[in-house]
Design a protein around this ligand. Structure first.
Ligand code: CA
Length: 691
């Protein structure tokens, strides 16, 4: 366009704004959920992740191929749902970066790097991921790992405003997508394992000014916060807490994922996480339900005022968060049309609640569960088995474990089949009370008995074989029964998309696949060359339907595959694009221990410290560096430079000087040298990947 034309157009637009400029994405557009677009994290406010597009359908899906792709500058986990509005695709990557592409051609339009400090990676339990952005009236909103909420111009990526939403002295992180409701941007945060107090905040979308905040645990000093949550804590919630570590830790209860708005009820539903520490006995003397941990809480989006709550796991003690995907739908139950809220939280029960009142309609096990027999429909409480609370020195090895029967990976609901599609997880968890416990600010404070480590530790008797598999599960929420399922040998698979083409899309074992939504028959699949955990989204431009998928392994429980650069793959019918194959990742060769400076450190003590501070990331090899194979342990000075002086902080390895001193660091090195000597070489990457 030349200058003259631009000038003429500018004058024309000034005369008739509506004719030239789209109004931007607002409530009407999100509520109308335009057929060809994807305007909010869960597509529409109800978060059903169901697209009415049907050009890609059971008959045509076999012709799906790559239309275009992009590769990113990070090999950390990718969890984002790409959004599409007005022909532009917006996505976020690990390290909270934002990218805009022409949605039809893949032409990069702009990108934005919030420059999250690398050492902030050590505050993230589950990788430096980001689940996506929000669009509202010409702006893109993103939460960052270091706790900021940022508004960007949708056309240029320029910063409109940037606010800190968290206390920077605590291990708060943001990985979840903001939602914009009634002109306010709602955002929560994570960090419950490390000692934070959870809350959700609403910021004015125009100005970035805080509108309201709702805390999910009581004020530790018993004071009012001057927040929307004050009234309900004063009237009922504070009394559900007793004396315990929560007064130091803040109690947890982070709102790190689900925030769902229902225009019909006018309520916003937030999903609340686990307690800090997990151990209820330590957290609150084993007393009280500890509201609002592990709860769905309904609020008024205008003010943050409390309306109702449903607590899935009273006295939460196992990392059984209720942060998981909350969706709203119309179901006919016992002949009556009901507006319902549905959730499959970590604890393994699928819940159907009345959206207006929070009354429990039904709850059944959607995966194998043995920590509770059932949910009592009268009280709404689980009927726990006696051993579940691991009291009096007992261990509990129970289904499910901390990764849950379902985690953040989004479900989808098809109003056509009436089924909810769940990326379900089968697994166990070990829980045990520690002999003593010291709360460490910013440390991994679960309140579990540490596993013995180091040369003098007696190996524990082998545990019962553990189920660790994943399942694409088609669940009938009316009858609370399984309709069909597909099993995978990996526990963690991807989020899900459902479409009116009679299809559900899901990724597992390096394959992105389309299934018949009614029968579960796999109709198409594509080798993405690496692992995807994110859900796909779909959109239409000029009569062609596209599917967009973020590829990149990471996140909780997702460390069992090699790291590869993140990619965005976009598919359409007849697409012939061929992204280059990934290189086979290099492996660290075994260490030549003759080169090691011997250590006089205490390897047993080092093993305990390793378990407390290092294992969270470094046990999950080959995703992170396996320290027993890292040349960094050969030399005490080089090891200290990394562990205490932050030599690798840009990559996420913060200085751990706030937790351990010089002598303790050498103890850890002594332990790792012992591990290097005694650990068999790891399986080749390919074999580990295919298991
Ligand atoms: Ca947790």
């Amino acid at each position: 366009m030349n200058r003259l034309w631009r000038w003429i157009l500018a004058i024309g637009c000034a005369l008739a704004v509506a004719a030239c400029e789209k109004p931007g994405v607002d409530a009407k557009r999100i509520e109308a959920a335009a057929v060809g677009e994807w305007l909010s994290y869960g597509r529409s406010y109800d978060e059903q992740r169901f697209s009415p597009l049907d050009k890609v359908n059971r008959e045509t899906v076999a012709r799906l191929g790559v239309a275009w792709w992009a590769e990113f500058d990070t090999d950390r986990g990718q969890e984002a749902t790409p959004l599409v509005a007005d022909g532009v695709l917006y996505t976020t990557t690990a390290w909270s970066k934002v990218y805009a592409f022409d949605a039809a051609t893949g032409k990069p339009l702009w990108s934005y790097d919030p420059k999250v400090p690398g050492e902030k990676g050590a505050d993230a339990c589950c990788d430096v991921v980001n689940r996506g952005a929000a669009i509202w009236k010409g702006r893109i909103y993103v939460g960052t790992l270091d706790g900021r909420l940022i508004a960007l111009d949708a056309k240029s990526g320029e910063v409109a405003w940037d606010v800190q939403t968290t206390d920077k002295t605590r291990a708060y992180t943001i990985t979840g997508a903001p939602r914009v409701i009634k002109g306010k941007v709602l955002i929560g945060n994570g960090g419950a394992e490390y000692g934070v107090r959870g809350y959700v905040s609403a910021y004015d979308a125009d100005s970035g000014k805080l509108a309201w905040r709702f805390y999910t645990t009581p004020n530790p000093k018993g004071l009012p916060d001057g927040a929307a949550s004050d009234k309900v804590f004063r009237e009922k919630a504070a009394a559900t807490w007793s004396d315990g570590v929560w007064k130091e830790s803040g109690g947890g209860g982070t709102v790190w994922d689900a925030i769902t708005y229902d225009p019909q009820t006018g309520l916003v539903y937030i999903g609340v996480g686990n307690g800090t520490p997990w151990n209820h006995k330590l957290r609150s003397g084993g007393k009280g339900d500890n509201l609002f941990l592990a709860s769905i809480v309904a609020l008024k989006p205008e003010t943050g005022e409390y309306v109702w709550h449903y607590q899935t796991t009273p006295g939460e003690s196992w990392d059984y968060t209720a942060t998981q995907h909350i969706m709203v739908a119309d179901l006919k139950i016992a002949g009556i049309d009901r507006r319902v809220v549905m959730q499959a939280p970590k604890n393994g029960f699928f819940y159907v609640l009345d959206a207006k009142t929070g009354a429990l309609i039904s709850a059944e096990k959607f995966v194998p569960v043995d920590w509770a027999e059932r949910i009592d429909l009268k009280t709404g409480r689980p009927v726990e088995v006696a051993s579940a609370r691991y009291e009096n020195g007992q261990r509990s090895n129970q289904m499910v474990g901390p990764l849950g029967g379902h985690n953040w990976h989004p479900m989808a609901f098809s109003p056509k089949t009436g089924l909810v599609y769940i990326p379900a997880q089968h697994g166990r968890g070990n829980y045990a009370d520690p002999a003593d416990f010291r709360y460490v600010p910013g440390g991994y404070n679960t309140g579990m008995r540490p596993n013995p480590a180091g040369p003098s530790a007696k190996p524990r008797p082998p545990a019962a074989p553990e189920p660790r598999n994943g399942e694409l599960l088609a669940w009938d929420p009316v009858t609370q029964t399984k309709r069909w399922s597909v099993d995978f040998p990996h526990m963690v698979t991807s989020g899900i998309l459902a479409t009116d083409g009679g299809l559900v899309f899901h990724s597992a074992m390096n394959r992105f696949a389309g299934y018949d939504a009614a029968s579960g028959q796999r109709l198409w699949s594509y080798d993405i060359g690496a692992s995807a955990i994110a859900p796909a989204s779909t959109y239409e431009i000029a009569g062609e339907q596209y599917l967009a998928l973020m590829v990149g392994r990471g996140g909780a429980g997702g460390y069992d595959a090699p790291r590869q650069p993140g990619r965005l793959l976009v598919f359409k019918l007849g697409g012939t694009g061929k992204p280059p194959p990934y290189a086979v990742p290099a492996q660290l060769p075994p260490l030549d221990l003759k080169l090691a400076t011997p250590s006089a450190g205490d390897a047993d003590r080092g093993g305990t410290l390793y378990g407390a501070y290092c294992g969270r990331c470094h046990n999950n090899t080959p995703y992170f560096v396996a320290l027993a194979r890292s040349p960094s342990i050969l030399d005490p000075e080089g090891f200290k430079a990394i562990v205490l002086d932050g030599a690798m902080k840009a990559a996420g390895m913060a200085s751990f000087r706030r937790f351990i001193d010089d002598a303790e660091t050498e103890d850890v090195r002594a332990y790792l040298l012992w591990r290097a000597k005694t650990t068999p070489p790891p399986k080749p990457v390919e074999a580990a990947h295919a298991q």
